[in-house]
Design a protein around this ligand. Structure first.
Ligand SMILES: C[S@@+](CC[C@H](N)C(=O)[O-])C[C@H]1O[C@@H](n2cnc3c(N)ncnc32)[C@H](O)[C@@H]1O
Length: 308
């Protein structure tokens, strides 16, 4: 069902701080995170009563911009167990993290890679508990080369240590952030689940005042999250679900022929394009641009000068 165009857009991050919302940086590194696109996204989030995010990942939009009753979902079980541990201030989880932090601080720089490989070994062992696994998962996300996801044929995580982190990474500060008041306030009104997006959507009766931010894996062969694949049929399932969605939604994704085919020309949708500059940290020498699409079922026009 089409929704009204009269969705009020929100104010900028700075203005929002003045009106009581405390932006918070994401809790962990996540490929495909939307932090650098926040200046385009945040001002176009309409007023809403409940917030939904079916592909939560690092939750950069939620942690920066949302203070309403919220529902976060992601099919990655370790990721959602990690958020559960943070939300409930899980003692065993933090004990594990701080014991690694102490080891890290005592180790000579040249010995820090061994700490990473020990975490990787534990994470890949089938004998650890889900809480221990969530702690090791967080450490691997922080310390793996390029923040990459990659598993071998046996499903074992096999990304090497990011050697530059030996010198630069302040692990204690990262773990302290997970226990900070600003994070506790963010987690208080956040419900968590680890379902396929369609099962997540089936859990609710959506209302027009609801808002959903949709950031699925890109329609590209590089967008695999561990063993999670998001193929053409999943993009199609998502498009079908969005056509039925009765609240307001914003979908952000790379503009590919499939995405154009699924969303272009649909009567109640607005499709805007903008150029996105990927930056690679190989001595700052390489960057690549691609066209992204912002698709909404309410009016959220991009101003041309912003969209470059
Ligand atoms: C582009 S990322 C989201 C990034 C996030 N918005 C951020 O700012 O960090 C896409 C997410 O979809 C999740 N995912 C993949 N397949 C899924 C499915 N079928 N249902 C729900 N989540 C899925 C992945 O685990 C990944 O975290």
């Amino acid at each position: 069902m089409p929704v009204s165009d009269a969705a009020e857009v929100r104010t900028t991050s700075r203005e929002r701080t003045d009106c009581g919302l405390t932006p918070c940086r994401p809790l962990l590194k996540w490929p495909g995170g939307k932090r650098s696109e926040l200046p385009l996204i945040a001002p176009r989030i309409p007023e809403h009563s409940r917030y939904f995010e079916p592909f939560f990942g690092g939750g950069s939009v939620y942690f920066d911009s949302i203070d309403s009753e919220s529902y976060a979902n992601d099919l990655h079980p370790d990721l959602m167990e990690f958020y559960r541990c943070v939300k409930h201030n899980d003692e065993r989880f933090f004990k594990r993290l701080y014991s690694v932090v102490e080891e890290w601080e005592l180790a000579p720089l040249a010995g820090r890679d061994a700490i990473y490989y020990e975490c990787r070994k534990r994470y890949n062992a089938s004998t650890i508990t889900t809480v221990q696994r969530a702690a090791d998962f967080f450490l691997l996300r922080e310390l793996a080369y390029g923040g990459m996801f990659r598993v071998n044929a046996n499903g074992d995580f096999n990304v090497p240590f990011g050697r530059a982190y030996a010198k630069n990474k302040n692990l204690r500060e990262k773990v302290d952030h997970l226990r900070s008041d600003v994070v506790a306030a963010k987690m208080e009104h956040l419900s968590l689940s680890a379902l396929d997006f369609a099962d997540f959507l089936d859990c609710f009766e959506f209302r027009q005042e609801d808002f959903m931010f949709v950031d699925p894996p890109y329609d590209s062969s590089f967008s695999k999250y561990d063993t999670l694949d998001f193929a053409e049929q999943d993009q199609r399932r998502l498009a079908e679900a969005l056509m039925q969605f009765t609240g307001r939604f914003m979908l952000v994704c790379k503009a590919t022929p499939l995405i154009e085919d699924l969303y272009h020309g649909v009567e109640h949708l607005r499709v805007h394009h903008y150029e996105y500059q990927y930056k690679f940290n190989i001595k700052g020498r390489f960057s690549r641009s691609s066209t992204h699409a912002m698709i909404t079922n309410y009016e959220a026009a991009l101003v041309t000068s912003e969209a470059s």
